[in-house]
Design a binder for this molecule. Structure first.
Ligand code: FE2
Length: 425
């Protein structure tokens, strides 16, 4: 007898529904029919069963932080967001921060997002957010894979404390080295910060994930330096460029030279469509730029491109419930990626591609892998994105850790009542 069997699951890459048997936290068997029984069975009824969503770009120290705070971001701009974050930081307490992080993670789990890479600001001399999120990482380990990035929000060189603070955060157990070269005082200091941080990553054997060129300035070219330093330091495949919004505005000829360099460095790229659609292009009159990086061109170059949520209800973004299907949905619109293969690619950009960036072991619905999966409302990735329905079952190591009923409305037309779930005939 197995621990769990999910029956009649539609799986990407399989041409007929399958049963999935789980034992001792692993996927023991996948077959069209499994005759054995299990302690618990779930009938997926031909719905898509996907590996969990992965959010490779998030800010957990800021999330939900407007609750009970004195003011909100009235203008909705990046600049007011940064100013508001500086005002809010001294008001943070460890208890409140932990409470907010745990609340957010309960939302993440309900949405089937079971792996998250979160940046954590290391510019506070007490490193309070680092300490709290390290505790949260341990506490939530049975449910969610959390990776922390040491993020010098006020600039690695611009903030005189940041260099030492970032190293202290790594000593405490933060996983990944962050940076923000476009926020340093000059282009030259931005490049110097990249050089120093990549050398640090090489010395410590760590990955790098930088906020890079989150700007509408077509001459913000730190991504070029990041790729070159990745090659110089032998960090191939271990470096991620996040946001990369200036690539939207760059000269087309220059981009044709840049893309092969990014491929040579085996860089991972992260686009954050919800947040950058809101924050970029704010100085434009008309036409207004979208400010998202060149996802199609990066993918065509063979670069591993992921989508991130970035923020949920914080100084930079007022909306969200940590639903990666919302991210993919916005990506389809804002990136002009509504082709069939393109929509499927954006589903991969919130599942398997970010799992590769984070280096998750045993990820994916395959025999022998971790028994982690999500039963979705919808038959395939495109329908799941279209409906963005409740996650019907969220399974971690073979146990159901969240469940919900499908979204159905009762429509009353005179004497008749119809049940409407928005599925296609
Ligand atoms: Fe970010």
């Amino acid at each position: 007898m197995f621990d769990l069997i999910v029956r009649q699951a539609n799986l990407v890459g399989h041409n007929q529904p399958c049963d999935i048997a789980c034992q001792a936290g692993r996927i023991a068997s996948i077959a069209p029919t499994i005759a054995a029984t299990a302690q618990r069975e779930i009938d997926a009824r031909g719905r898509l069963v996907s590996p969990p969503f992965v959010d490779v770009h998030f800010h957990m120290d800021a999330t939900l932080c407007l609750h009970g705070q004195p003011r909100r971001n009235e203008s909705g701009t990046l600049l007011e967001g940064i100013a508001l974050w500086s005002d809010l930081k001294p008001l943070q307490s460890a208890d409140k921060l932990k409470e907010r992080a745990l609340k957010l993670l309960s939302w993440s789990i309900a949405r089937g997002t079971l792996a998250i890479r979160t940046h954590v600001d290391v510019c506070d001399p007490e490193l309070m957010a680092v300490q709290v999120l390290l505790e949260v990482r341990e506490q939530m380990k049975p449910y969610v894979d959390l990776q922390l990035v040491a993020f010098p929000q006020d600039g690695y060189l611009r903030d005189p404390k940041a260099t030492a603070q970032l190293k202290r955060a790594l000593d405490l157990g933060v996983d990944v080295i962050g940076g923000i070269p476009h926020f340093e005082r000059t282009m030259a200091e931005g490049a110097e910060s990249i050089r120093q941080l990549c050398e640090l990553a090489a010395q410590r054997g760590l990955q790098v994930d930088m906020h890079c060129d989150e700007s509408d300035d077509p001459l913000s070219r730190h991504i070029e330096t990041l790729a070159a330093e990745t090659c110089r330091c032998g960090l191939h495949g271990r470096v991620t460029g996040s946001h990369l919004t200036s690539m939207h505005s760059m000269d087309n000829y220059y981009v044709t030279k840049l893309l092969p360099l990014l491929a040579e460095a085996e860089l991972h790229a992260v686009c954050n469509p919800l947040v950058n659609m809101v924050l970029q292009g704010r100085q434009d009159t008309y036409p207004k730029r979208r400010g998202l990086t060149r996802v199609k061109e990066l993918l065509a170059q063979g670069i591993n491109v992921c989508l991130g949520h970035d923020d949920v209800v914080d100084p930079w973004y007022p909306l969200g419930s940590h639903d990666m299907l919302e991210v993919a949905h916005m990506g389809i619109h804002a990136l002009h990626m509504s082709g069939i293969a393109e929509m499927n690619e954006l589903f991969a950009a919130v599942t398997s591609r970010p799992a590769q960036t984070m280096g998750l072991n045993g990820y994916g619905i395959k025999e022998g892998n971790s028994a982690d999966m999500v039963v979705l409302q919808g038959r395939d990735p495109i329908e799941a994105i279209r409906l963005r329905g409740p996650r019907l079952a969220v399974i971690r190591r073979g146990e159901v850790i969240a469940e919900a009923a499908p979204a159905v409305s009762s429509v009353h037309l005179g004497e008749q009542t119809q049940q409407v779930d928005f599925s296609l005939p």
